[in-house]
Design a protein around this ligand. Structure first.
Ligand code: NAI
Ligand code: MG
Length: 334
């Protein structure tokens, strides 16, 4: 029995979670899903965006699936709380083209690995004067976090049979912080002699991603740079409805579609569940159930390639569960 906490959240989070669970239930595996609350809907009734019980459930599970939430103004995002509580230090975003999907590039396959716990998102901010005309943000980089994220990227290169890891930074200007990040990266690289290592400046990578995205295999970078580059890279392939992600720690993992709660289409059951379904495949990979992860990924690829059933964002008229059921049918054929 695989114990998984599920947090549907708000808006289309609920719709895509239902679809994701249906696909997992179609596999020859046994799950114990622990449905838990978080988000703005929960806040409106209870005054906080994530209850202790949800955090406890997530910590006591083998992994957590998260749908999407609507942000509550002035409140800390529950996803940030979860990442911190689970010490999910690596944010992993596969950038993959799918046959049958119109996108800028149809042959991309690389990973963006983002440090998830520090950097410019350390949330240490202050004012430099009483009048609040100077605002200061501290960018914290530690050797410990730089080392574990670099190690994560190289280990991923080995497990996924990839050849190269690119460290992205701005060490020419941010000499101390990114200097430490880059130095640590090359220290770690010494233990992985079979994997190529290189480093590039963030501004150059913003351009290379558009001009030569095929040159990347695994990108590893600090928190803010990773946030921006992973969205940019997602724009090169299928778009939000197809983009999965994982937040991975030593003992736990949290898997979620990249998109939000999409209030503009919520409640109509027309959201695309593929990002959620692919996030659950990433979860299975994390749990070393690679066979079943591949079953899901192959089924999704076949459904997209066939172009018969598509939600409105993919140019069709199908409902959320129609697309999920098409994936389940493909799984049953395997
Ligand atoms: P969004 O990702 O919810 O939606 C952006 C656009 O993409 C909308 O037009 C939406 O209809 C479309 N879209 C997104 N996912 C889709 C799907 N699966 N199928 C079809 N179309 C899809 O981003 P937006 O509108 O900026 O934010 C809405 C709310 O979600 C906000 O409160 C925001 O703070 C929150 N949010 C939450 C995230 C999370 O839970 N991790 C991530 C991003 C935003
Ligand atoms: Mg982002």
């Amino acid at each position: 029995m695989i114990k998984v906490t599920t947090i549907p959240g708000d808006g289309i989070g609920k719709e895509v979670m239902e679809a994701g669970i249906a696909v997992l239930d179609a596999l020859d595996l046994n799950f114990d899903f622990i449905k838990s609350e978080a988000g703005d809907g929960y806040f409106q009734e209870n005054g906080n965006t994530i209850p202790e019980e949800t955090l406890k459930n997530a910590k006591n599970s083998q992994a957590t699936l998260f749908g999407a939430i609507t942000s509550t103004p002035g409140e800390r995002s529950p996803i940030i709380t979860l990442r911190k509580e689970l010490d999910a230090f690596a944010n992993l975003r596969p950038i993959k083209s799918f046959e049958g999907i119109n996108s800028l590039y149809n042959d991309l396959d690389f990973l963006v690995v983002r440090e998830n716990t520090e950097g410019l998102y350390s949330q240490v901010e202050s004012y430099g004067d009483k009048e609040e005309t100077i605002a200061i943000s501290e960018r914290i980089i530690t050797k410990k976090a730089s080392e574990r994220i670099a190690r994560f990227a190289f280990d991923k290169a080995i497990s996924d049979e990839r050849n190269k890891v690119t460290c992205v930074h701005k060490a020419n200007v941010l000499k101390k912080t990114d200097g430490l990040f880059k130095r640590t990266f090359y220290d770690v690289a010494k233990s992985y002699p079979k994997i190529k290592s290189e480093d590039l400046y963030i501004d150059a990578v913003a351009m290379y991603l558009i001009k030569e995205p095929r040159s990347f295999d695994i990108i590893v970078t600090t928190n803010l740079f990773g946030d921006i580059l992973s969205d940019e890279a997602a724009g090169l392939v299928g778009g939000l409805g197809l983009a999965p992600s994982g937040n991975i720690g030593d003992n736990n993992g949290l898997f979620e579609p990249v998109h939000g709660s999409a209030p503009d289409i919520a409640g109509k059951n027309i959201s695309n569940p593929i990002a959620m379904i692919l996030s659950s495949a990433m979860m299975l990979d994390f749990l070393d159930e690679n066979y079943y992860a591949n079953q899901i990924t192959t089924a999704v690829e076949n459904v997209l390639k066939a172009r018969k059933i598509a939600t409105p964002d993919l140019g069709g008229t199908a409902k959320t569960m129609d697309l999920a059921n098409a994936v389940i049918e493909e799984i049953n054929k395997q």
